[in-house]
Design a binder for this molecule. Sequence first.
Ligand code: FES
Length: 170
Amino acid sequence: MNASEGEGRRTFLGWVSAAIAGAIGLVMGIPLVGYTILPALKRQKLSWHDVGPEKGLDPSSPKEMDCIHSVTDGWQKTTTKKSVWVVKDERGAMTVFSPLCTHLGCGYRWEGTQQQFYCPCHNSYFSVDGKVLEGPAPRPLDTLPAKIENGRVLVIYKEFKAGTAKKIEL
Ligand code: FES
């Protein structure tokens, strides 16, 4: 064997070693990527939350109800308590509003004496059906998907971009 044949063999063996090492790295890396990166890329799953009984909802008085909201973001799970506003009209139709003012996202409240929702941050007023009556709020209150099942109010909690005329889900 001359010198160039020996060098060629060494180069070939070097390529074979690199290919084997690459294949081993790939086989070991796929589960690692699946375990660490993919969960973080998955979007949170939206689900129905029981916010309380339908009984006692009064057409003249929107009710603030608690929504225990759990978000699994990749490997991290957080649980927060949000409130939603539930309105039942005289015909029995139910509407559920996000608790955040559409102007800059402050919390608002129901003013029973005026029969309006009021956001104290910049003085926006909304009617019982969520329309803007006064103030800088650029759109009506945001409605949330809601239904009644077995006498319980179920809601899908979502958040929307504040300060825009169009309702844009975050
Ligand atoms: S955040 Fe409600 S009026 Fe500005």
